[in-house]
Design a protein around this ligand. Structure first.
Ligand SMILES: O=C(O)CCC(=O)C(=O)O
Ligand SMILES: [Fe+2]
Length: 284
């Protein structure tokens, strides 16, 4: 089968890693001549060293509010032609000071770790609540081993809103930064089958994040090979994602379209921080 011009263009743009990398050029400014400061906090250092760390926990009223806001938005059926194993449940109307997703993202336990990990030079990539559909037997892209190529340094806080206490719950699974370096990057963005990952990583330990609703993990998805959402029962998880201030790709449309609103929410929720941080976080 011959490829169409569109398919070739799409391959070059999305699958060739050097082309992805060049996406960074549009964000380069004079300050990029100097490296961002290294992390200083224990959690920032841990993520820097191993590519992951235990994340914050939400319980009680805060967890209930997260669940009550997002779980009722669970779709009844899978949209036709959906390529990803999940849909995002967050919307423009969520970007307010009393919304539990914003309160979590800008909390000390989340935002201060992100600030530290990027040495203060970071962009908000996405604020999502992913609803993953039970597996239909066909493995979708992010259900296979991969690295994210949004940036060379990236940070997810992944907090489950459903209990993920066994494999049926669709846990997030990864190998650490050192093992991921053994696998290497390649010229194209790779989606690696399980048996091959085992060999290429030198039988590295695979870390499976089981946890009750409200538990979370920090992960640099650009540094650690990972997969998730191989679920038998629906899984709902918050994904707060930060990139550096010179990412390979622009933030997701929901963040781009609401950038001014999100910056204002950040400033209101965190009067203890310099307001300029939030302007830069949203690309102003
Ligand atoms: O579904 C998950 O747990 C992981 C998703 C993921 O890795 C991605 O979308 O890049
Ligand atoms: Fe990923």
């Amino acid at each position: 089968m011959a490829l169409t011009a569109h398919e070739i263009a799409s391959f070059v743009k999305w699958r060739l890693t050097p082309v992805r990398y060049m996406g960074r050029m549009r964000y380069i400014r004079p300050h990029h001549l100097f490296k961002a400061p290294r992390p200083q906090s224990p959690v920032g250092l841990e993520v820097e060293q191993h590519g992951y760390a235990t994340g914050p926990v939400r319980t009680g009223a805060e967890l209930e509010e997260l669940k009550q806001t997002f779980l009722p938005r669970s779709p009844e059926r899978k949209p036709d032609g959906l390529k990803a194993p999940f849909v995002n449940l967050s919307r423009s109307e969520d970007f307010t000071v009393d919304n539990p997703l914003c309160r979590l993202a800008f909390s000390r336990e989340v935002f201060d770790v992100a600030l530290d990990y990027f040495g203060g030079r970071l962009r908000l990539d996405s604020l999502q609540v992913l609803y993953s559909f039970p597996d239909d037997g066909v493995m979708k892209e992010s259900q296979k081993w991969h690295l994210d190529y949004g940036d060379s340094r990236s940070l997810h806080c992944v907090m489950y809103l459903t209990d993920v206490v066994d494999d049926a719950g669709g846990p997030f699974v990864f190998i650490d930064k050192q093992a991921s370096k053994r696998v290497g990057r390649g010229l194209t963005i790779r989606r690696i089958p399980d048996d091959q990952l085992v060999v290429e990583s030198g039988h590295a330990e695979q870390k499976t994040i089981y946890g009750e609703a409200g538990s979370s993990v920090w992960i640099d998805p650009a540094a650690c090979y990972h997969y998730g959402s191989r679920c038998k029962t629906p899984r709902v998880a918050v994904f707060v994602t930060f990139n550096s201030d010179a990412p390979f790709v622009a933030p997701v449309p929901l963040v781009r379209d609401n950038a001014a609103k999100i910056a204002e929410v950040g400033k209101k929720l965190r009067p203890d921080l310099d307001p300029k941080i939030f302007d830069r976080l949203l690309g102003f």
